[in-house]
Design a protein around this ligand. Structure first.
Ligand code: MG
Length: 252
């Protein structure tokens, strides 16, 4: 069942989303060659707690950390470790915060120092696919219209959408209905209604759509070890333009 949020729930989700945005801003500031994934995780957790929220992911299904940090060929769900980021790598950072009874969830992929043109393009296309999907996120459209727009951008760029993992509804629960694939035909799936809150999150692989889950039970990597990027926001469906709830103060 897809929950429709009332005005009070939307206010609370706006606050939860703001916290996620602030954590993104903070992490973007400190991500640089030499910083460890664990340090990013510590900083994120500290800020979430300081703002009176709780990390959504820590303990979720047994996940051991506040953020997911996925480097290069890691697609999603990377567990922060002592690994230090190196010039030329890319890191996908996923942050969830639980505040006033609601979750916010968003991810970005950052460059570490100077990166190759092809990695930069992968990040750009991944973000672009999100924003093309977002254009379709309005009341009266079908969920599949979002999925189709995302897939179009990715495929036209010569990249591959990850199919095993998808976006999701979000609210009181981190993962609610509906599942939001990043592929599929337009005009299908549930009709979008004002008050729906969705985490739209394209995961885009440079080389193949095939993925593997590592023995840690979490880290998803590309089978060909080529890079992958991730971009996500929690958004609100309205009668007109969608609202991004997890945008930070800084434009990204
Ligand atoms: Mg998500």
């Amino acid at each position: 069942m897809i929950t429709i949020k009332n005005a009070e729930a939307i206010l609370k989700m706006t606050e939860a989303g703001k916290i996620v945005g602030l954590v993104h801003d903070k992490l973007k500031e400190i991500i640089e060659p030499g910083i460890s994934l664990l340090e990013l995780d510590n900083q994120a957790e500290k800020l979430i707690l300081k703002l009176g929220a709780k990390p959504s992911f820590k303990g979720y299904g047994g996940f051991p950390a506040t953020i997911c940090a996925s480097v290069d060929e890691q697609v999603i769900h990377g567990i922060p470790s002592k690994r230090k980021l190196r010039e030329g790598e890319i890191v996908s950072v996923d942050v969830g915060a639980f505040y006033l009874g609601y979750h916010g969830d968003a991810a970005f992929t950052a460059a570490i120092g100077t990166i190759s043109e092809e990695k930069a393009r992968l990040i750009k296309i991944t973000e672009q696919s999100f924003y093309e999907g977002l254009i379709m996120a309005k009341a009266g459209n079908h969920l599949g219209d979002i999925s189709h727009s995302i897939e179009n951008v990715v495929v036209n760029a010569g990249y591959y959408v990850v199919k095993e993992f998808v976006g999701h509804g979000i609210g009181v629960e981190l993962h609610e209905d509906p599942a939001i694939p990043n592929y599929g035909p337009p005009g299908r799936g549930p009709l979008l209604e004002a008050g729906m809150t969705l985490a739209i999150e394209p995961m885009v692989n440079m080389g193949t759509q095939s993925i593997i889950v590592l023995d840690d039970g979490w880290t998803v990597i590309t089978k060909d070890k080529k890079p992958s990027a991730h971009y996500e926001h929690t958004i609100l469906i309205t009668e007109t333009e969608p609202v991004i709830l997890t945008k930070g103060e800084k434009i990204d």
